[in-house]
Design a protein around this ligand. Structure first.
Ligand SMILES: NC(=O)c1ccc[n+]([C@@H]2O[C@H](COP(=O)([O-])OP(=O)(O)OC[C@H]3O[C@@H](n4cnc5c(N)ncnc54)[C@H](O)[C@@H]3O)[C@@H](O)[C@H]2O)c1
Length: 354
């Protein structure tokens, strides 16, 4: 691989991957394209520059912004409106134009110029009702999955065989539609691509907000002594997610890129897995221990339309295909986010506490 384009390359995942690729492959040309719509993404520009990464201010909704670029060996599509709540009680135009039309512009760029694709899809392609109907019981500080014979569900979590029947939010729909387009381009134009349905990704440089990036938000609100709420499902904070450090995602992508001749758009669920799962209450305890600060956490019992009580990734398929498994624990992720906030507190305060 000589050249890599990362769309959404000033965002959390995009900039983290760009820097990691450049660190491991010094001679690799890395180009990051971003429209800087995510608050705080502009703070990544000096980091990209310091690592010799070329930044292009552009918009995936505009095919001309992409077509100005030279051909690349790989494109990692990280640009998105990444909130599952986007489009509720507001126009879905930005979400659809960026997440779906933007991806199609990326596919057209690759069709015309060549190059392979990594697509960051989402666990939220799985329907809201099916996830809300999971057999769960409160146990201690979290919800625990009860034994079930449901297809795609096991003690490990949710696998690729889980149902896709039902509504999934417009965010999830743009991603699932994107997956279908990728499969068509692979079939029709022999594009090489891989689709990773990611659960929660986390780490330093995530500009977390209430509707997206809860790990960084949780640590930041303790650090800056702001306000937090346990929202939805009775407001008790028992809901559970698994968390994958973005560096673990990087190691996975390296394996996938080495194997690229076989990449006929396989779909993998990718996440921290059951060992790296945490409830909000458990997260509060971890964050309190690391930051030595206590945050007064309110309770909002009402559940938002797109919220789900539980998601844990069953990584069995991806772990059987490649010699990969998540390495970085939830407590280490919390510690790293805390260190990052501490080192850059003066600039980050305005992002987290406007
Ligand atoms: N972070 C997670 O937990 C998570 C989980 C599953 C999937 N994903 C996916 O991973 C990808 C990266 O997410 P992230 O967490 O880095 O989000 P992010 O918001 O930090 O990064 C997305 C970047 O895309 C840019 N962008 C938005 N609209 C654009 C447009 N029209 N043209 C060009 N750039 C645009 C934003 O400015 C931002 O810098 C997304 O596709 C997201 O759906 C993320």
């Amino acid at each position: 691989m000589k050249s890599l384009l990362i769309t959404g390359g000033a965002g959390f995942v995009g900039s983290s991957l760009a820097i990691l690729f450049k660190r491991y492959y010094e001679d690799l040309e890395v180009i990051c394209l971003d429209n800087l719509s995510r608050k705080g993404s502009e703070l990544n520009l000096p980091r990209l520059k310091a690592h010799g990464i070329h930044f292009v201010h552009g918009d995936v909704r505009n095919s001309e912004d992409l077509n100005k670029l030279n051909a690349v060996d790989w494109l990692i599509e990280c640009s998105a409106e990444p909130s599952v709540h986007a489009g509720f009680n507001e126009s879905p135009a930005y979400l659809i134009n960026t997440n779906l039309n933007g991806l199609i512009n990326c596919l057209e760029f690759l069709r015309q110029k060549g190059g392979n694709l990594i697509f960051l899809s989402t666990s939220r392609v799985y329907p809201i009702k099916a996830l809300r109907d999971l057999p769960l019981k409160p146990q201690g500080e979290r919800l625990v999955l009860q034994p079930s014979k449901q297809l795609g569900l096991s003690a490990e979590g949710i696998s690729e065989a889980f149902t896709l029947e039902g509504a999934r939010s417009l965010y999830g729909t743009t991603k699932l539609s994107g997956e279908h387009f990728i499969q068509e381009y692979c079939q029709m134009y022999h594009l090489k691509a891989v689709i990773n349905r990611c659960g929660v990704l986390a780490g330093p440089w995530q500009m977390g907000k209430v509707d997206q990036g809860f790990m960084a938000l949780w640590v930041a609100m303790h650090y800056f002594e702001g306000a937090l709420n346990y929202m939805g499902f009775g407001g008790e904070g028992l809901q559970v997610r698994d968390v994958l450090h973005v560096e673990d995602l990087f190691y996975l992508l390296r394996y996938q890129m080495q194997d690229h001749n076989k990449l006929n758009a396989p779909i993998y669920n990718v996440g921290g897995g059951i060992q790296n799962s945490v409830s909000l209450r458990e997260l509060t305890a971890l964050v309190k221990e690391v930051t030595k600060k206590k945050c007064n956490i309110g309770s909002v019992s009402q559940t938002k339309d797109a919220d789900i009580p539980y998601y844990v990734t069953d990584n069995s398929k991806v772990m059987a295909a490649l010699p990969w498994q998540p390495q970085i624990s939830v407590s280490s992720i919390v510690e790293q986010i805390y260190q990052w906030l501490h080192q850059h507190s003066s600039v980050l305060e305005s992002v987290f506490q406007p």
